[in-house]
Design a binder for this molecule. Structure first.
Ligand code: PHE
Length: 345
């Protein structure tokens, strides 16, 4: 090969290489071009190797020309590489950029179910008087739900509790939280101040004020020298904390087999304040719980000596208290899981 031919080939490769480098759109394309021309098997590399085929006197000149071309191509590549890297960095930064002035994404927060909220509020109020929360099972035995509470089998007072029985003989869905009294008496020793919230069940026709499933909170206090006036004072404190400091209250005689004497505890109607309205049956009073002094038979069944200890118990409907607190008129709303209702609490 003579020098002219070599020079022509060099020129052509140089032109092609420079045009290719200028056209490379990203770093990968540029790398690919670099190895195409300058790699081990590159076309320019091959041409440089062919210098040996040139007559010896022309080789130095050929070498000069070849080196100049290689340097030019290498310089063009380096410049292009720098430019492409800068562009790519800029693009990446733009894609990753966060705008600190954007408003945060709102997070939906759940809230406590109104029945649970009320139950906790009740526990909080009685907690100030030393009452501790326990929980009993929802499936009870006939013995605990009735017999040990001084309600023998076949006794007419059972009519007070329309009961859902299970297939398991002797077992039923508790009709009230009162069997918890026996659980607590047997599990601890006086002095006792216990609060037992939980779900209860009765065989009821469902309407706006009756559910076959509802909630109660039971209270039990047992100590030496506990009296009915202690009960009255405690319930007054509760009514005032729950329904307002000037809320009027009263005891009425009541009947429960497991308390003697038994009372109903009323507060002045929270709707009309006592003047009489449909909500209170025009009486001006609303009954919020049943209570009484724990019957000696029940104390004995709980393993407690009635000669030494006395106590009182009370049981309130969490649903009813919640309805009064929030002005809810249909207790079926509590268990329908309708978020339009639940979101309001
Ligand atoms: N267990 C009774 C009921 O459900 C309420 C009650 C509890 C009454 C404790 C007196 C003492 O009707």
């Amino acid at each position: 090969m003579d020098l002219d031919t070599f020079g022509d080939q060099l020129d052509r490769l140089r032109g092609a290489a420079l045009a290719d480098v200028a056209a490379a759109g990203d770093l990968e394309a540029l790398d690919e071009r670099a190895s195409h021309y300058l790699g081990r098997k590159g076309t320019l590399t091959a041409l440089l190797r062919s210098i040996g085929a040139i007559p010896p006197e022309a080789r130095p000149r050929a070498g000069q020309l070849a080196n100049a071309v290689r340097e030019a191509v290498e310089a063009a590549m380096a410049a292009r590489r720098e430019a492409l890297a800068a562009v790519q960095l800029e693009r990446r930064l733009a894609a990753e950029a966060t705008d600190p002035t954007l408003p945060g994404r709102p997070r939906r927060r759940g809230s406590l179910h109104p029945l649970l909220e009320t139950s906790r509020r009740i526990a909080e109020i009685f907690g100030q008087f030393g009452f501790v929360v326990y929980e009993g099972p929802q499936v009870e035995t006939d013995e605990l739900n009735f017999q040990l509470l001084n309600i023998p089998e076949e006794h007419p007072s059972r009519d007070l509790w329309d009961t859902l029985y299970t297939d398991l003989p002797g077992h039923l869905l508790r009709t009230h939280t009162s069997p918890g009294q026996i659980h607590v008496m047997r599990a601890t020793r006086p002095p006792i101040r216990a609060l037992l919230p939980g779900r209860c069940f009765r065989y009821e026709a469902v309407d706006a004020s009756h559910g076959f499933e509802f909630f109660q909170v039971e209270g039990l206090m047992i100590d030496e020298g506990t009296t009915l006036s202690d009960l009255r004072g405690l319930l007054d404190e509760f009514a005032h904390a729950m329904f307002g400091a000037d809320r009027g209250t009263r005891f009425r005689p009541g009947y429960y087999p497991f308390t003697e004497p038994s009372v109903a505890f009323d507060v002045r109607c929270v709707v009309c304040d006592g003047t009489g309205c449909p909500a209170c049956g025009r009486s001006g009073w609303m009954t919020i719980l049943g209570a009484g002094m724990v019957h000696p038979v029940v104390l004995r069944n709980g393993g407690i000596d009635p000669e030494r200890y006395q106590g009182f118990a009370f049981g309130m409907g969490t649903d009813r208290i919640t309805m009064l607190r929030y002005g809810i008129n249909d207790l079926r709303l509590f268990l329908e899981s309708d978020v339009r209702f639940l979101e309001q609490f």
